[in-house]
Design a binder for this molecule. Structure first.
Ligand SMILES: Nc1nc2c(ncn2[C@@H]2O[C@H](COP(=O)(O)OP(=O)(O)OP(=O)(O)O)[C@@H](O)[C@H]2O)c(=O)[nH]1
Ligand SMILES: [Mg+2]
Length: 447
């Protein structure tokens, strides 16, 4: 496919040692001659020289030319490594753009790589997920997928489906000469279905590893919820005071507990109140509970169980299907009252948030969540992939049902083809411009 020539700054824009500018498209080779005093264009060799705009020196750079199709995008490509200043890098880009070259859209290099069949969509998504990963499990999930085993598996399944389709076709063309072997078809289709179901059922682990797990910190005012958020983050993010009702709105922050990405929400203390602002805060706290998978219900060791705690407990009853941990905070203070937690339905752990003594809580959270983020090289990592596999499962199931019901070969063929289409959607072989724009629109510019 032939596209126009595009350029972008591929390194983060800021002051640094080196900046990278990338160009791809068929004007690349001509551009090298226009930009550099050194015109050599032997591929994959690093050259050194100056970039000048007429007589004005812009930067001293190195560059590498990649001749298509042996490049990231599959087209002629140029990578220029300049000194990492914002202004100088922008100047180089502007000079390139002045030569009738367009500035690249986000992810456009990777989009071209997919359109030029240098990689499939699954791998392109994995690269993007790898770049954005901010926890070990997310990184592992992305790296696993980037390795390409999932793509290979999909190609194998497609091969099986093509073989079945070819056999059905032969039978349709020569019905007298061939006997339909339903048993063999069913066997192959069931094998494909089982493999797809395995992918589908494990997809949530990949999605959770990448997207993180929502965790709400709830409890009565002054229990120490904001102090706990700060302790988990190891920084002073939320305002802490001894005045009950300090946190008015929910505060969401990402953190990592032993490599698991957690989106932690500090909430306003839950209590009956006439204060309008606080009331809204309480409503938002309840919404945070609804949205979260894990809930930390914080109690205050220094006060013992109070009516406010009972109020929170009653509210949480509706959510008992979620993971709930009762956290007894301020365990550094000797409690004056007899402290017995009457609720035995949840795990209980003692901490002191203000002393940073939260290790046992972190261990418990890790134990509860670790099985939800374990991935392997076949794990899907986003909803788009999961939906495509679901479509394929539905179609292969229909094909199997069709054989069992003795439907015509035509009808079965239709569903086998639909299954292949679902898999093509997964790997991006059947793409629409809108689908690719949606996906690559979330990428960085220059990737
Ligand atoms: N001794 C002791 N004090 C704590 C601990 N955790 C929090 N505190 C104190 O308890 C008070 C309330 O803490 P916050 O973190 O603001 O409590 P909160 O639950 O966020 O309160 P609201 O936002 O009002 O609902 C502050 O004075 C904290 O310093 C702890 O582990 N030990
Ligand atoms: Mg607070």
């Amino acid at each position: 496919m032939i596209f126009d020539t595009i350029a972008a700054i591929s390194s983060p824009l800021g002051t640094g040692a080196i900046s990278v500018i990338r160009i791809t498209g068929n004007k690349t080779k001509k551009l090298i001659k226009e930009l550099f005093d050194n015109e050599k264009t032997e591929p994959k060799k690093m050259y050194y020289g100056w970039i000048k705009d007429k007589d004005e020196i812009i930067d001293e750079v190195t560059w590498v030319y990649h001749k298509g199709p042996k490049s990231y995008t599959g087209e002629d490509m140029l990578e220029i490594f300049g000194h990492g200043g914002v202004l100088v890098t922008k100047k180089i880009l502007n000079l390139i753009l002045s030569k009738n070259i367009r500035e690249a859209l986000p992810g456009e290099f990777s989009k071209r790589a997919v359109m030029n069949k240098k990689m499939d969509l699954v791998k392109a998504e994995a690269i993007n997920e790898l770049i954005h990963a901010n926890s070990d499990y997310a990184l592992k999930a992305a790296a696993n997928q980037m390795e390409g085993k999932l793509s290979e598996k999909i190609q194998d399944l497609k091969k099986d489906l093509f073989t079945i389709a070819a056999r059905i076709e032969v039978e349709m063309d020569y019905p007298e000469d061939f006997e339909v072997d339903n048993f063999e078809f069913l066997n192959s289709l069931n094998k494909v279905k089982d493999e797809l179901i395995y992918l589908y059922e494990n997809a949530d682990n990949g999605i959770t590893a990448i997207e993180g797990i929502k965790m709400a910190i709830v409890g009565k005012p002054n229990a120490g919820k904001s102090t706990l958020l700060n302790a988990l983050l190891r920084k002073d993010r939320a305002i802490v005071t001894d005045i009950p009702g300090t946190t008015r709105d929910t505060i969401e922050e990402s953190l990592s507990i032993r490599g698991i990405l957690i989106k932690s929400i500090d909430t306003a203390g839950i209590r009956e109140t006439e204060d309008v602002v606080e009331k809204i805060g309480v409503e938002r706290s309840l919404k945070a509970i609804e949205e979260s998978k894990l809930i930390l219900f914080v109690l205050d060791n220094s006060t013992g169980i109070e009516d406010y705690d009972i109020e929170v407990y009653e509210k949480l009853k509706e959510f008992s299907y979620k993971d709930i941990i009762i956290v007894i905070n301020k365990s550094d203070i000797k409690n004056r009252v007899n402290f017995n937690v009457p609720w035995k339905d949840y795990d209980i752990v003692k901490i002191s948030a203000s002393n940073g003594d939260i290790r046992n809580l972190e261990e418990l959270i890790y134990d509860k969540l670790k099985n939800t983020v374990i991935t392997n090289e076949y794990t899907l990592t986003n909803e788009r992939q999961k939906n495509a596999v679901k479509k394929a499962i539905d179609s292969v199931s229909k094909a199997i049902e069709g054989i069992n019901l003795g439907l015509t070969n035509d009808a079965i063929m239709f569903d086998v083809r639909k299954t292949i289409e679902g898999l093509n959607e997964l790997t991006g072989e059947d793409y629409t411009e809108t689908l690719l724009d949606n996906i690559f629109g979330n990428f960085c510019v220059g990737k």
